[in-house]
Design a protein around this ligand. Structure first.
Ligand code: ADP
Ligand code: 3PG
Ligand code: MG
Length: 395
C-alpha cells in the first residue's frame, strides 16, 4: 500500500491542516516540563512554510480531558513555547471547531479533546466533528506519530474528507522502526521492562519471533519467576498471567533472558533498606525493585555486541535514584552499542534523557503506545487510514 508524503503535494497558497502530537508532560500548574515533542514537530511545519503554504492550522490534544474544558489543559502555553522554538508567531484559538479562523499564517487550535466527539465511540459523531475540522483546509498532514495508534476523528475520520499525507516525523518514525523490525542486522536483541507483561504482550510475542534474545527486566520478571515456581516475596506480580508466562517461556527457543540477581527492598521508597539477592533467594518480606549487578554485567555484554537493539520499559523503579542503577547501566550500554538502537516508551525515553545519552541512540521514538504497537508488528490505524486516503484521492 502506498502512502503520500509531503513531496507529493504542492502546498503553495494552500491551507494545510496538520495533526501534531503536542501532548507534552506538564506539572500541576500546567507548565511544560519537556518540550521535546514540540521541537520534533518543527521540520514539517518549516517545510510547509518554506513551500509557500498560505495557512498552517495545527491541531493537537493535551492530556485526557474527557470532552470538557480543563483550564490546565488549554493549549496557550504550548502555543507560546512552540512559537519561541519556531521563531514565528502562532495564533491560538479559543476553541477547535465552530470558530472563525484568525488571520495568522500559523494557527494552533484549542485542545481537540475538549470535545468528546474527537474520541467518541460513535462513528457519526467523530465524522461530523472531522468534517468541521476539514472545512478549514485544502490538505491534511499527520505528523503526530505518538497518537497514530488511536482511531480518533483527527487521525482517522479526517482522512475521508481531505487529501492527506504523513509529515517528516511520522515518516522518520515508521521507516526507522519498520526497517529495523523487517530486516534487522544481527545479533538483534530486544530489552523489555516496566510493570506488566499484559501491557506488552503483543510486543513480546512479535519480538520473540524476530530477535536473537529478549532481555527482561522491571516488575514483569516476577510474573515469569512465579510461573517458574520461584519465591518472589512481595514483588509486583500479575497472577492472571502466570499460565501465559509459562507458555512464553516454553515456546521461546530459550530466547527469553531473565535476571540472575535483583535488588530487593522492604518498600519501594528512597529510605527503605535494600540489598542484592540471587533470584533463588528473594526473602518473603522484600520486593524486587531493580536488576542486580551480575545481571547488569551479563546484559551489558550482550547489548554491546548487538547490531540491532529495541528497548521498551525501565529495568527497575528508576524514579527512585537508588533503584535506577539497572536502567541507567542498560541505557549506557545501549548508548555504546555500535548497531542500530531504538528506544520507545514514555518512561524509557525519560530514562535515556535523565542520563543525557539521547544523542547516542539511533532513534528515540516520540511515541510510547504507538511504538509498542509497531513492536507488536501492527500497522498503526492512522497510517492505514492514510493509505486508503491515497487510493481515494490519487489523481
Ligand atoms: P514505558 O513507559 O517505557 O513503556 P512502563 O510504563 O511499562 O515503561 O513501565 C515504567 C514503570 O515501571 C516505572 O514507573 C517503574 O517504576 C516501573 N517499574 C519498573 N520495575 C519495577 C519493579 N521492580 N517494581 C515496580 N515497578 C517497577
Ligand atoms: C501519548 O502521549 O502517548 C500520545 O500523545 C497519546 O496520548 P493518549 O495515550 O492520551 O491517547
Ligand atoms: Mg510508561
Amino acid at each position: 500500500m502506498t502512502i503520500a508524503k509531503l513531496d507529493d503535494y504542492n502546498f503553495r497558497n494552500k491551507r494545510v491542516l496538520i495533526r501534531v502530537d503536542f501532548n507534552v508532560p506538564l506539572d500541576k500548574e500546567g507548565n511544560i516540563l519537556d518540550d521535546w515533542r514540540l521541537k520534533e514537530s518543527v521540520p514539517t511545519i518549516q517545510y510547509l512554510l518554506d513551500n509557500g503554504a498560505q495557512q498552517i492550522i495545527m491541531m493537537a490534544h493535551l492530556g485526557r480531558p474527557k470532552g470538557e474544558v480543563v483550564e490546565n489543559l488549554k493549549m496557550d502555553k504550548v502555543a507560546e513555547r512552540f512559537s519561541e522554538i519556531l521563531g514565528q508567531d502562532v495564533a491560538k484559538t479559543d476553541d477547535c471547531v465552530d470558530i472563525d479562523l484568525p488571520y495568522g499564517r500559523i494557527v494552533l487550535l484549542e485542545n481537540l479533546r475538549f470535545h468528546k466527539e474527537e474520541k467518541s465511540k460513535n462513528d457519526w459523531e467523530r465524522q461530523e466533528f472531522a468534517k468541521k475540522l476539514a472545512d478549514y483546509a485544502d490538505y491534511y498532514v499527520n505528523d503526530a506519530f505518538g497518537t497514530s495508534h488511536r482511531k480518533h476523528a483527527s487521525f482517522y475520520e479526517i482522512t475521508k474528507y481531505l487529501p492527506g499525507c504523513i509529515g517528516q516525523l511520522v515518516e522518520k518514525e515508521i521507516s526507522i522502526i519498520g526497517d529495523a523490525l523487517a530486516a534487522p542486522n544481527r545479533p538483534f536483541i530486544a530489552i523489555m521492562g516496566g510493570v506488566k507483561v499484559s501491557d506488552k504482550l503483543g510486543a513480546i510475542k512479535n519480538l520473540l519471533k524476530k530477535v536473537d534474545a529478549l532481555l527482561l527486566g522491571g516488575a514483569m520478571v516476577f510474573t515469569f519467576y512465579k510461573a517458574m515456581g520461584k519465591e518472589i516475596g512481595k514483588s509486583k506480580v500479575e497472577d492472571d498471567q502466570l499460565e501465559l508466562a509459562r507458555e512464553l517461556l516454553e515456546n521461546s527457543d530459550n530466547k527469553i533472558m531473565l535476571p540472575v540477581d535483583v535488588i530487593a527492598a522492604v518498600e519501594p521508597d528512597a529510605e527503605s533498606e535494600s540489598d542484592v539477592y540471587s533470584i533463588d533467594n528473594i526473602p518473603k518480606d522484600l520486593m524486587g525493585v531493580d536488576i542486580g549487578p551480575e545481571t547488569i554485567n551479563i546484559y551489558k555484554e550482550i547489548i554491546r555486541k548487538a547490531q540491532t537493539v529495541v528497548w521498551n520499559g525501565p529495568m527497575g523503579i528508576f524514579e527512585i535514584e537508588r533503584f535506577a542503577v539497572g536502567t541507567n547501566e542498560v541505557a549506557d550500554a545501549v548508548g555504546e552499542c555500535p548497531g542500530i538502537t531504538i528506544v520507545g516508551g514514555g518512561d524509557s525515553e525519560e530514562a535515556i534523557k535523565n542520563i543525557g545519552i539521547a544523542d547516542k541512540i539511533t532513534h528515540v521514538s516520540t511515541g510510547g503506545g504507538a511504538a509498542l504497537e509497531m513492536f507488536a508488528g501492527k500497522k498503526l490505524i492512522a497510517i492505514k487510514a492514510l493509505e486508503q486516503n491515497y487510493e481515494k484521492f490519487k489523481t
